[in-house]
Write a protein that binds this ligand. Structure first.
Ligand code: BG6
Length: 441
């Protein structure tokens, strides 16, 4: 169904995010007929552009270009929008540095934007618990929580959206998804890129703020949350929040790649981690005692995000009399290839009872012909529809920050070489995620 009569405003429209993600996503939604021509896109910012100049920055089809307008500054924006038609909804995307969120929200309010308006923001939502709480209350002084959409683009990844489906649409997994059968859960998110030109931002953040506190914690919630009462955003977020409230960080090790301190924008004596590994526990009846490991880092030997669920070992009986059988694993491959792999022990054909490890693979590329929609297309479409499911609530962000209070920038900082495999200080048999990297490609 095509969405009608929406004014979509991009604040900071001359920036990189608008050019790389937002405008192309909106262009695609118009082309697919998901937004119809009764809706418009208005760029706004400090820079002066005519409509023509603004349109020329992006290319795209003529029909889409006709929907694009530009208005400098917030003052007069309301009137400008009204001069283009009648709109039942205004969606304002704050494609700006986080320090601008509160001032912009205040200005929008002063300009007369009210109940018809939604505000969309990107991480970071604060820098720690205190700043996140302050940001939330400043924004809520202008717009209510139901008008605010906090993007975590991991929630829009197709393979991430499949986690709840896998857990709750398959009767064979639901009964074993608990501490009785599962030994550990391991979340592995590696990138080959160094922090290169992002030194100014990254050096103040570090990998725990950049990846773990938001994206990877969201994965953890989806993997461990109880079944929501319904698929409504409110019910799903309530279950995620319950997990965040019962989580605790048990151990955290921080690492920095050698050469990091010479990157542009990085302090010479920087104590910022570029790789971290953490052990967490969810203290509820389903998960008590089961460790959940998260590790993530820059400048690693390969790029890949995977989740491994390791099941408990069999008793030392029968085929496992010598205790040599591998545990079963379920591997969720999130990126670059998408799929779910089940590890099994099977008999090698022949007269002997020799066993081997095999994989049962479900690969998106072999199963589905359509490609996954780009994350921003999905996210923008949901905001326009008013669906909060893939967005993070104020309480979730605050709880997620509170969790890391004791480990942010604390503890020893170990070193690793760029391009190396993930270092570890845990006495743990990490799942060999590299063994799955070529599957489903
Ligand atoms: C961003 C982080 O939120 O996510 C980046 O700021 C990181 O540092 C990126 O590289 C990873 O996203 P993706 O979708 O490439 O895994």
């Amino acid at each position: 169904m095509a969405l009608k009569n929406i004014a979509i405003v991009i604040m900071g429209a001359s920036g990189d995010l608008a050019r790389r993600k937002l405008i192309p996503a909106l262009h695609a939604l118009f082309l697919q007929g998901k937004i119809d021509t009764s809706s418009i896109v208005v760029g706004s910012g400090r820079t002066h552009f005519t409509d023509e100049q603004f349109r020329n920055r992006f290319g795209g089809t003529n029909s889409f270009q006709k929907q694009l307008y530009y208005h400098q500054y917030i003052s007069g924006l309301k009137e400008f929008i009204a001069s283009k038609g009648e709109f039942s909804k205004v969606v304002v995307f704050l494609s700006q540095p986080p320090a601008a969120y509160t001032p912009t929200a205040r200005e929008l309010l002063a300009e007369g934007f009210g109940a018809e308006t939604s505000i969309v923001i990107e991480k970071p939502f604060g820098y720690d618990y205190r700043s996140a709480k302050a940001l939330n209350s400043e924004l809520e002084a202008c717009f209510s929580e139901s008008q605010i959409y906090r993007i975590d683009h991991y929630l829009a990844k197709e393979a991430v959206r499949n986690i709840l489906v896998f857990r709750y649409a398959n009767s064979i997994f639901y009964p074993v998804w608990n501490s009785r059968y599962i030994e550990s859960i391991q979340i592995n998110a590696l990138e080959t890129d160094t922090i290169s030109h992002r030194g100014n931002y990254f050096d103040r953040a570090g990998i725990i703020r950049d990846m773990v506190q938001n994206h990877l914690l969201q994965l953890l919630c989806l993997l461990t949350m109880e079944a929501p009462v319904s698929l409504d955003a409110h019910d799903i977020r309530a279950q995620k929040l319950d997990i965040l409230r019962t989580l605790r960080v048990d151990e955290c090790h921080r690492f920095q790649y050698s050469g990091y301190r010479s990157e542009t924008g990085v302090k010479e004596d920087s104590n910022t981690e570029t790789f971290a590994e953490l052990k967490l526990f969810v203290n509820n009846f389903r998960w008590t005692g089961i460790p959940i490991y998260i590790r993530s880092g820059k400048a690693m030997h390969r790029r890949g995000t995977e989740i491994g669920v390791r099941f408990k070992s069999l008793p030392k009986l029968l085929f496992n009399a010598k205790g040599e059988l591998k545990e079963n694993h379920i591997i969720f491959k999130i990126q670059p290839a998408e799929g779910i792999i089940l590890d099994l022990s099977t008999k090698i054909p022949g007269s002997d009872d020799n066993l081997t490890d095999t994989h049962m693979n479900f690969c998106y590329k072999d199963t589905f012909s359509q490609s996954s929609p780009e994350a921003y297309q999905k996210l923008l479409y949901d905001v326009l529809k008013g669906d909060h499911t893939l967005f993070v609530s104020a309480k979730e962000t605050e709880c997620a920050w509170a969790l890391f209070e004791d480990v942010l920038n604390r503890g020893e900082l170990y070193s690793y070489s760029p391009g190396s495999r993930p270092p570890t200080k845990f006495d743990l048999n990490w799942i060999e995620f590299d063994n799955y990297s070529s599957l489903c490609l």
